[in-house]
Design a protein around this ligand. Structure first.
Ligand SMILES: NC(=O)c1ccc[n+]([C@@H]2O[C@H](COP(=O)([O-])OP(=O)(O)OC[C@H]3O[C@@H](n4cnc5c(N)ncnc54)[C@H](O)[C@@H]3O)[C@@H](O)[C@H]2O)c1
Length: 250
Protein backbone atom coordinates (compact mmCIF):
# COMPACT_ATOMS: atom_id res chain seq x y z
CA UNK A 1 0.00 0.00 0.00
CA UNK A 2 1.58 3.28 -1.13
CA UNK A 3 1.66 6.48 0.91
CA UNK A 4 -0.63 8.11 -1.70
CA UNK A 5 -2.69 5.04 -2.59
CA UNK A 6 -5.58 5.98 -4.93
CA UNK A 7 -5.37 9.69 -4.09
CA UNK A 8 -6.30 11.86 -7.07
CA UNK A 9 -3.56 14.46 -7.53
CA UNK A 10 -3.40 17.41 -9.94
CA UNK A 11 0.06 18.90 -10.52
CA UNK A 12 0.41 22.06 -12.62
CA UNK A 13 3.41 22.83 -14.87
CA UNK A 14 4.32 19.15 -14.73
CA UNK A 15 5.71 18.48 -18.22
CA UNK A 16 9.23 19.22 -16.95
CA UNK A 17 11.33 20.11 -13.90
CA UNK A 18 10.05 19.91 -10.33
CA UNK A 19 6.45 19.20 -11.35
CA UNK A 20 7.51 16.23 -13.46
CA UNK A 21 9.65 14.80 -10.63
CA UNK A 22 6.75 15.27 -8.20
CA UNK A 23 4.37 13.46 -10.56
CA UNK A 24 6.72 10.46 -10.74
CA UNK A 25 7.31 10.44 -6.98
CA UNK A 26 3.61 10.56 -6.09
CA UNK A 27 2.77 7.98 -8.77
CA UNK A 28 5.37 5.66 -7.23
CA UNK A 29 3.33 5.82 -4.01
CA UNK A 30 0.07 4.85 -5.71
CA UNK A 31 -1.46 8.25 -6.62
CA UNK A 32 -3.74 8.72 -9.62
CA UNK A 33 -1.91 11.48 -11.46
CA UNK A 34 -3.28 14.37 -13.49
CA UNK A 35 -0.57 16.54 -15.05
CA UNK A 36 -1.26 19.92 -16.60
CA UNK A 37 1.06 22.25 -18.50
CA UNK A 38 1.04 25.11 -21.01
CA UNK A 39 3.16 22.86 -23.23
CA UNK A 40 0.28 20.93 -24.82
CA UNK A 41 2.41 18.49 -26.84
CA UNK A 42 4.78 17.82 -23.95
CA UNK A 43 2.05 17.12 -21.42
CA UNK A 44 0.02 14.93 -23.75
CA UNK A 45 3.09 12.83 -24.75
CA UNK A 46 4.00 12.43 -21.06
CA UNK A 47 0.47 11.43 -20.05
CA UNK A 48 0.25 8.92 -22.90
CA UNK A 49 3.56 7.35 -21.94
CA UNK A 50 2.72 7.10 -18.22
CA UNK A 51 -1.00 6.32 -18.44
CA UNK A 52 -1.90 9.57 -16.64
CA UNK A 53 -4.48 12.22 -17.52
CA UNK A 54 -2.68 15.10 -19.27
CA UNK A 55 -4.30 18.51 -19.74
CA UNK A 56 -3.35 21.63 -21.65
CA UNK A 57 -3.38 24.45 -19.10
CA UNK A 58 -2.15 28.01 -18.86
CA UNK A 59 -2.13 28.23 -15.05
CA UNK A 60 -2.61 32.02 -15.15
CA UNK A 61 -5.94 31.74 -16.97
CA UNK A 62 -9.21 31.45 -15.03
CA UNK A 63 -11.09 29.90 -17.96
CA UNK A 64 -8.32 27.29 -18.35
CA UNK A 65 -8.53 26.48 -14.63
CA UNK A 66 -12.31 25.99 -14.80
CA UNK A 67 -11.92 23.65 -17.76
CA UNK A 68 -9.13 21.66 -16.07
CA UNK A 69 -11.12 21.21 -12.84
CA UNK A 70 -14.17 20.13 -14.84
CA UNK A 71 -12.05 17.52 -16.65
CA UNK A 72 -10.62 16.24 -13.33
CA UNK A 73 -14.17 15.95 -11.96
CA UNK A 74 -15.44 14.14 -15.07
CA UNK A 75 -12.50 11.75 -15.17
CA UNK A 76 -11.97 10.95 -11.48
CA UNK A 77 -15.06 12.33 -9.72
CA UNK A 78 -12.95 14.07 -7.07
CA UNK A 79 -9.66 15.80 -6.24
CA UNK A 80 -7.62 14.87 -3.15
CA UNK A 81 -4.41 16.86 -3.68
CA UNK A 82 -3.54 19.97 -5.70
CA UNK A 83 0.10 20.88 -6.30
CA UNK A 84 0.22 24.49 -7.50
CA UNK A 85 3.65 24.22 -9.08
CA UNK A 86 3.48 26.75 -11.96
CA UNK A 87 5.74 29.78 -11.60
CA UNK A 88 8.07 31.87 -13.78
CA UNK A 89 10.60 34.67 -13.62
CA UNK A 90 11.12 37.06 -16.52
CA UNK A 91 14.38 38.83 -17.35
CA UNK A 92 15.40 41.57 -16.90
CA UNK A 93 13.99 41.25 -13.41
CA UNK A 94 15.47 44.04 -11.29
CA UNK A 95 13.18 46.90 -10.25
CA UNK A 96 14.88 49.50 -12.48
CA UNK A 97 14.75 47.47 -15.66
CA UNK A 98 11.66 45.26 -15.43
CA UNK A 99 8.63 46.56 -17.34
CA UNK A 100 5.18 46.68 -15.78
CA UNK A 101 4.04 44.22 -18.45
CA UNK A 102 6.73 41.68 -17.50
CA UNK A 103 5.97 42.20 -13.79
CA UNK A 104 2.27 41.54 -14.41
CA UNK A 105 3.00 38.40 -16.40
CA UNK A 106 5.16 36.99 -13.62
CA UNK A 107 2.42 37.76 -11.09
CA UNK A 108 -0.21 36.16 -13.33
CA UNK A 109 1.62 32.85 -13.78
CA UNK A 110 3.24 32.66 -10.34
CA UNK A 111 0.63 34.14 -7.96
CA UNK A 112 -2.77 34.50 -9.72
CA UNK A 113 -2.42 30.82 -10.67
CA UNK A 114 -2.13 29.83 -7.01
CA UNK A 115 -5.14 32.00 -6.07
CA UNK A 116 -7.24 30.40 -8.81
CA UNK A 117 -6.05 26.88 -8.07
CA UNK A 118 -6.79 27.15 -4.34
CA UNK A 119 -10.19 28.75 -4.96
CA UNK A 120 -11.36 26.05 -7.37
CA UNK A 121 -9.74 23.13 -5.53
CA UNK A 122 -11.60 24.03 -2.32
CA UNK A 123 -14.88 23.77 -4.26
CA UNK A 124 -13.96 20.21 -5.24
CA UNK A 125 -12.35 19.15 -1.96
CA UNK A 126 -14.48 20.59 0.81
CA UNK A 127 -16.85 17.63 1.14
CA UNK A 128 -14.07 15.08 1.68
CA UNK A 129 -11.01 17.12 2.71
CA UNK A 130 -7.67 17.24 0.93
CA UNK A 131 -4.25 18.83 0.71
CA UNK A 132 -2.95 21.83 -1.23
CA UNK A 133 0.79 22.24 -1.80
CA UNK A 134 1.90 25.62 -3.15
CA UNK A 135 5.33 26.01 -4.74
CA UNK A 136 6.92 29.20 -3.44
CA UNK A 137 10.68 29.70 -3.46
CA UNK A 138 13.44 30.64 -1.11
CA UNK A 139 12.92 34.05 -2.75
CA UNK A 140 9.53 34.16 -1.03
CA UNK A 141 11.56 34.56 2.18
CA UNK A 142 14.88 36.08 1.09
CA UNK A 143 14.80 38.74 -1.64
CA UNK A 144 16.43 38.30 -5.06
CA UNK A 145 17.70 41.71 -6.24
CA UNK A 146 17.59 40.52 -9.85
CA UNK A 147 13.98 39.28 -9.59
CA UNK A 148 11.58 41.94 -8.21
CA UNK A 149 8.35 40.45 -9.52
CA UNK A 150 9.37 36.88 -8.76
CA UNK A 151 10.27 37.82 -5.16
CA UNK A 152 6.93 39.61 -4.74
CA UNK A 153 4.97 36.74 -6.29
CA UNK A 154 6.65 34.05 -4.21
CA UNK A 155 6.22 36.06 -0.99
CA UNK A 156 2.56 36.37 -2.02
CA UNK A 157 2.32 32.58 -2.42
CA UNK A 158 3.72 32.19 1.10
CA UNK A 159 1.10 34.39 2.79
CA UNK A 160 -1.77 33.37 0.48
CA UNK A 161 -1.12 29.79 1.56
CA UNK A 162 -1.48 30.78 5.22
CA UNK A 163 -4.74 32.63 4.54
CA UNK A 164 -6.12 29.62 2.66
CA UNK A 165 -4.99 27.28 5.46
CA UNK A 166 -6.64 29.43 8.14
CA UNK A 167 -9.88 29.75 6.15
CA UNK A 168 -10.11 26.02 5.48
CA UNK A 169 -9.37 25.15 9.10
CA UNK A 170 -11.94 27.63 10.44
CA UNK A 171 -14.49 26.31 7.96
CA UNK A 172 -13.92 22.72 9.09
CA UNK A 173 -13.20 21.52 5.56
CA UNK A 174 -10.39 19.13 6.45
CA UNK A 175 -8.22 20.79 3.79
CA UNK A 176 -4.59 21.52 4.65
CA UNK A 177 -2.49 24.07 2.71
CA UNK A 178 1.29 24.41 2.96
CA UNK A 179 4.04 26.04 0.92
CA UNK A 180 7.46 24.76 -0.18
CA UNK A 181 10.51 27.03 -0.50
CA UNK A 182 13.21 25.48 -2.68
CA UNK A 183 16.73 26.80 -3.06
CA UNK A 184 18.29 26.56 -6.54
CA UNK A 185 17.31 23.28 -8.19
CA UNK A 186 19.07 21.73 -11.20
CA UNK A 187 16.13 21.71 -13.62
CA UNK A 188 16.64 21.91 -17.39
CA UNK A 189 16.16 25.69 -17.20
CA UNK A 190 18.93 26.14 -14.62
CA UNK A 191 21.23 23.71 -16.45
CA UNK A 192 20.70 25.63 -19.72
CA UNK A 193 21.37 28.98 -17.99
CA UNK A 194 24.63 27.63 -16.58
CA UNK A 195 25.68 26.03 -19.90
CA UNK A 196 24.90 29.12 -22.00
CA UNK A 197 26.68 31.63 -19.78
CA UNK A 198 30.15 32.70 -20.94
CA UNK A 199 31.81 31.50 -17.75
CA UNK A 200 29.69 28.47 -16.80
CA UNK A 201 32.07 27.27 -14.14
CA UNK A 202 32.08 30.64 -12.36
CA UNK A 203 28.28 30.82 -12.41
CA UNK A 204 27.91 27.26 -11.12
CA UNK A 205 30.45 27.92 -8.36
CA UNK A 206 28.74 31.15 -7.33
CA UNK A 207 25.35 29.40 -7.14
CA UNK A 208 26.79 26.55 -5.11
CA UNK A 209 28.53 29.04 -2.81
CA UNK A 210 25.11 30.43 -1.85
CA UNK A 211 24.08 26.98 -0.56
CA UNK A 212 26.11 26.17 2.57
CA UNK A 213 25.43 22.46 2.12
CA UNK A 214 27.85 22.59 -0.85
CA UNK A 215 25.71 21.48 -3.79
CA UNK A 216 22.58 22.46 -5.74
CA UNK A 217 19.28 20.62 -5.30
CA UNK A 218 17.79 18.08 -7.69
CA UNK A 219 14.08 18.04 -8.66
CA UNK A 220 13.70 14.83 -6.61
CA UNK A 221 14.67 16.74 -3.43
CA UNK A 222 11.58 18.89 -3.88
CA UNK A 223 9.43 15.98 -5.05
CA UNK A 224 10.08 14.29 -1.70
CA UNK A 225 8.85 17.41 0.12
CA UNK A 226 5.74 17.49 -2.10
CA UNK A 227 5.07 13.85 -1.20
CA UNK A 228 5.39 14.54 2.53
CA UNK A 229 3.00 17.51 2.45
CA UNK A 230 0.54 15.62 0.23
CA UNK A 231 0.20 12.49 2.34
CA UNK A 232 -1.23 11.89 5.79
CA UNK A 233 2.21 11.88 7.45
CA UNK A 234 1.90 15.69 7.54
CA UNK A 235 -1.71 15.64 8.81
CA UNK A 236 -0.89 18.06 11.69
CA UNK A 237 0.71 20.62 9.33
CA UNK A 238 -1.23 23.46 7.78
CA UNK A 239 -0.13 26.99 6.89
CA UNK A 240 3.49 25.98 7.30
CA UNK A 241 6.43 26.84 5.04
CA UNK A 242 8.74 23.94 4.30
CA UNK A 243 12.20 25.26 3.42
CA UNK A 244 14.27 22.90 1.23
CA UNK A 245 17.26 25.06 0.36
CA UNK A 246 20.58 23.52 1.40
CA UNK A 247 20.94 26.35 3.91
CA UNK A 248 20.53 29.22 1.36
CA UNK A 249 18.40 31.21 3.80
CA UNK A 250 20.66 30.78 6.85
N1 LIG B 1 14.21 25.44 -10.40
C1 LIG B 1 14.49 26.14 -9.31
O1 LIG B 1 15.66 26.40 -8.99
C2 LIG B 1 13.36 26.65 -8.44
C3 LIG B 1 13.68 27.20 -7.20
C4 LIG B 1 12.66 27.67 -6.37
C5 LIG B 1 11.36 27.58 -6.79
N2 LIG B 1 11.06 27.05 -7.99
C6 LIG B 1 9.66 27.00 -8.39
O2 LIG B 1 9.28 25.66 -8.66
C7 LIG B 1 8.27 25.66 -9.68
C8 LIG B 1 8.71 24.76 -10.82
O3 LIG B 1 9.95 25.24 -11.29
P1 LIG B 1 10.81 24.50 -12.41
O4 LIG B 1 12.16 25.10 -12.34
O5 LIG B 1 10.63 23.04 -12.30
O6 LIG B 1 10.07 25.01 -13.73
P2 LIG B 1 10.53 24.94 -15.27
O7 LIG B 1 11.02 26.29 -15.67
O8 LIG B 1 11.44 23.76 -15.46
O9 LIG B 1 9.13 24.72 -15.99
C9 LIG B 1 8.29 23.66 -15.65
C10 LIG B 1 7.10 23.68 -16.54
O10 LIG B 1 6.35 24.90 -16.40
C11 LIG B 1 5.58 25.03 -17.58
N3 LIG B 1 4.92 26.35 -17.63
C12 LIG B 1 5.49 27.54 -17.93
N4 LIG B 1 4.53 28.50 -17.91
C13 LIG B 1 3.35 27.90 -17.60
C14 LIG B 1 2.02 28.35 -17.45
N5 LIG B 1 1.68 29.64 -17.65
N6 LIG B 1 1.06 27.46 -17.12
C15 LIG B 1 1.36 26.15 -16.96
N7 LIG B 1 2.60 25.66 -17.11
C16 LIG B 1 3.58 26.53 -17.42
C17 LIG B 1 6.61 24.76 -18.66
O11 LIG B 1 6.00 24.42 -19.88
C18 LIG B 1 7.41 23.60 -18.05
O12 LIG B 1 6.96 22.33 -18.52
C19 LIG B 1 8.06 27.12 -10.07
O13 LIG B 1 6.98 27.65 -9.35
C20 LIG B 1 9.37 27.77 -9.65
O14 LIG B 1 9.21 29.15 -9.40
C21 LIG B 1 12.04 26.58 -8.84
Amino acid sequence: MGRMQDKVVLITAAADGIGLAAAHRLASEGAKIVVSDINADGVSALAKQEGWLGLHHDAGSESNWRKVMQQVKEHHGRLDVLVNNAGIGQAPGDIENQSLEAYQNVMRVSLDSVFLGCKLAIELMKERGGAIVNMSSIHGIKAAPHEAAYTAAKAGVRMLTKSVAAHCAQSGYGIRANSIHPGYILTSFLKKWIEETDDSEALRDSLIAQHPIGFLGEPEDIANAVLFLSCDESRFMTGSELVVDGGFSL
